[in-house]
Design a protein around this ligand. Structure first.
Ligand code: SF4
Length: 224
């Protein structure tokens, strides 16, 4: 596979986050593109119009990690939807070279990609967004996922989580389309032993991500 395809999705880098991976000061890598069309998306520019977002080069990411990894205890990979990036393994391998564990945020609608990453040991922790009850997926995803597909895909993810509980956690954002009964329904969908993390909905905004030029400034004089 042409790995340039994957690297073309690298559209943001936050040097330090204390909240994306609780207990792990981490950098955050943003990969553009998404298979869903959630009307409440907080990051539509990155999800649906990534070509207009500044590109971060592989060399910039490598130099950043080389210089900053000693201050970090992990990398969060987010999007968009990272599992939908063609050849995303190339980026994960580059991150793994740093020796830092990787947490990856996913909407769970491409379970075969999650399975592969788990098998290859590329990701330590999957943060899975459960959008809501299965029946609300069409409304929650802008019509991208019907109820049956939501049930099928999440069931595969839940089965993986039952086998590897240490590698998953589940969360739901309390968007306006959901009420407390829906949140209880989601809790009841999870495999035994898992609790649901909920987060309040915040109006859409662009993430505090660095452009390539800003990343260079942060890390010193990096060479392409
Ligand atoms: S899955 Fe996430 S990134 Fe994709 S459209 Fe929905 S909220 Fe946006």
């Amino acid at each position: 596979m042409n790995t340039d395809l994957a690297w073309n999705h690298l559209r943001g880098l936050t040097p330090l986050s204390l909240c994306d991976w609780p207990g792990h000061p981490c950098c955050v890598v943003f990969l553009g593109g998404c298979n869903l069309r959630c009307p409440t998306c907080h990051n539509g520019g990155l999800a649906w119009d990534m070509e207009r977002q500044p590109l971060i080069t592989q060399a910039t990411l490598r130099a950043f990690l080389s210089k900053r990894k000693r201050w970090l205890s992990g990398v969060t990979v987010t999007g968009g939807e990272p599992t939908g990036v063609p050849g995303v393994g190339a980026i994960l391998h580059e991150l793994a070279v740093s020796g830092l564990p990787i947490k990856l945020d996913t909407n769970a609608m491409l379970p075969e990609a999650v399975e592969l990453m788990l098998e290859e040991g590329l990701v330590s922790l999957f943060a899975v967004d459960v959008k809501g009850p299965f029946a609300k997926y069409p409304a929650l995803t802008g019509g991208a996922v019907d109820e049956a597909a939501a049930r099928r895909n999440l069931s595969r993810i839940f089965a993986l989580a039952e086998k590897r509980p240490e590698a998953f956690f589940f969360r739901t954002t309390k968007v306006p389309l959901l009420d407390e009964h829906d949140i209880d329904t989601v809790r009841g969908m999870l495999p035994a032993g898992f609790s649901l993390t909920t987060q309040d909905f915040k109006p859409p905004r662009r993430p505090d991500a660095l452009t390539d030029t800003e990343a260079r400034r942060t890390t010193g004089n990096l060479v392409n």
